[in-house]
Design a protein. Sequence first.
Lengths: 201, 612
Amino acid sequence: MLALPRQPPRWLTRWLAFARDVWQTERPATQQHGQSVETIDRSRAFEEFFFRFERKIFGSLWRITGDEQAAHDLSQETFLRAWQHFDEIRDRDSGAWLFRVAANAAFTYLRRRSQRATLPLDEEQLNTRDLTAGVIEQDIVMRTLQSLTPKQRTVLVLHEVYGLTSVEIGQMLRLSQTAIRMALWRAREQFRIHYLQEEDA
Amino acid sequence: MNSDTAQCVLDISTEMLSAWRSHLLSAREQEHIDAHILGCPTCQRRLQRFDRIAQGLRTQHVPPSGASLWRSVQATISTSEGRPMFSTRKILFGGLGAAAVIALLVVLIFTRLGHVAGNQAILNNTLIVKNAGDLSTTTIMRYSSNDTSNAYLLGLTFNTYDGHDGWALLPPQQSHMVNLPHELVPESPFVKQVQQTIQIVNAPTGPYVYALGEPAAFSFPITAHSDGIPLNSKDQTGSYTDWQAPGAIHNGTRYTATSYVSTATAEQLRKVQFPTQAPDLYSPEFVARYLQLPDDLKDPNDASVLKGQEVIAQAHATNMYDEAVALIEYFHNTFGYTTTPGPVPSDKDVVDFLLTKPAMYCTWFATGFTMMARELGLPARVVEGFSPGSPDPRQPGIKVIKGTDTHAWSQVYFAGYGWINFEPSTGFSGPQLASKPITSTNNAPEPIRPPTTQRQKPPSSPGTTTTPKPNGTGATTTNPVVEDVTVSLSLIIALALLAVLAALAWWRIIFRGLTPIGQAFARMAFLGRFAGAKPLRSQTATEYGAALAERLPGQRPAIEEITQLYVLERWAPAAPEITPTLGERWQQLRGALVRAMLRRRPRRMRSRQESI
């Protein structure tokens, strides 16, 4: 029959002591003190990485979602993932990893938000606004962007603003080159009509 | 289609141009348009539009994000959620969880299989004729007694054979239980009282208690079961079938027992008539039960029937006793003994099959003998218990029973003398029964008391007046370990460990999606609910903080700090910096909240006090 010894075995005592140490040393409040050189190096590298791509990621998300708060949240999510997988990101210079995560996060977000109608393009309202020309133009660009489908918008923004090639975008969003070609053309047509105010023939 | 297209000499569409601009055309198309564009003002104009669109997009004024975004990213990654996947802590708690699960499984396995693995004495209310299995040499019990007849320790009896490999006790004897703290009176006056002290070392399975010969009284109240089949017209109780303690027998249990060993002589038994000759001595129910045969053995031309008749004819046996002895002799002279006779084929006439084997195991011998005795008209049954064991070389007077002493043998009922033991197994000396004729000069049957019709004696003080001196039973050398307690304790510890781990995991993931400040506030409100300050829908965060501070005045600074940070984070335009003391403050507050929670009276007590 199973008979437990009366005294806990030494390995158990050691384990418990170890558990206590880990519990105490790894508390969030005290972990600032006990960080290893490796951890500090990793943190520094990540900080540099963050500030290198933060504007691009936030900007692209802001343009794709059209919502500042959402862009903030999604950027945070993107960089948090980057931190978790920081050691696995091979190409830290191009930012492709970040764009991919951000674009997919945006897609997920937009799918959830899809019940909400995108902003209507009300030309009349735009023209009657008493705003400076620059602000109006900014507003038109944003509204035109939001009138596109998420796919068109994402492809256009990543390509035109952040200079990603169609091949890169295709890999990132799992789209064919034909799909990208169509998305780009439709997006440009929309911009030609609404932003450049050209009449369709 | 665009109006510009008409003016382009090559009739290049805007779509084509758009694809060209984004390098989406084949190399040849790309070169072709490269060359064309330089000379086509329409296409150039259209490309300029694309540039303007790109320009418009690029010059959008993106709202500022850097500092606040960095702050929130940093805050999230500084908590353990944002830490690398394989932290020491995760490994540690994962390991602990796995250890707890393994411990739980081990404990469960041990509780289920403990008896099998440990003591190898598996005795229960059915008997299967099969190989011995791994009979261990573990000591089951140690005992001392004043018995000189090499009596076996009886525990269980079986009366119904299924024709294949199983024995059972029918009818279910529970309806005939006799709760007796006092002595059971033996059926026959021709018995000798035997006293014994038994020390259990590794308890056999089940609640059964054992004693030499036929058990009669134990030093604690027991339940004796009977088959409820009257032996004759005067009897009401029937045959005792087993003797059970109120609960499981634990290792280290020590009991004294009084029992009876038959002193009937061969001469006496030879005079006992067959049930067919004297129907008044055996009740019809008794005859039906103890002469029960499976259908295949009822055939008068069955090999075993013919063999039995041949055996008794050769021995010139004409009475029950001589016939039984002749069968015993036949078994001893014909078969060897083995603990692994092999399985009983499902389609075989079992007793005949047994007779074809060169060697058998005790349950096979007992089954073969009992069935062949019944074929000859002898009421018989199979019983289980222990052979007398071997003397302890270190302690004279003490006998040691091991797992290998677990045994099955047979009993034949002789009217007026009760159940008499017979040992069909080759190689076993058997109890020194009347089968070895006892001469009337040196061992005259001296009835202890006259036969009684009322077999239950009024309560007396059993085992106290006649208990032999323990004579140093193994109490000092054996170490009684109360395994049941150990096992339940380990089970409880393992379960508690699992519960604690589950609670810790739950506490860590419950507010996972929040910022550190949000987490601190949410946890504060969560614990506060149980510490006597329930958050109300109507309360703002500040109001709740004030209410909680009222409840825990000592923690006011911590509560206010967390509330303030939360309000700022939630509603101020810029998120606040996390104060370095937040973690420490929260830990203090958490302790205070838990203490307040524990100090709080349960609801039932509160309401009672209020009603008073």
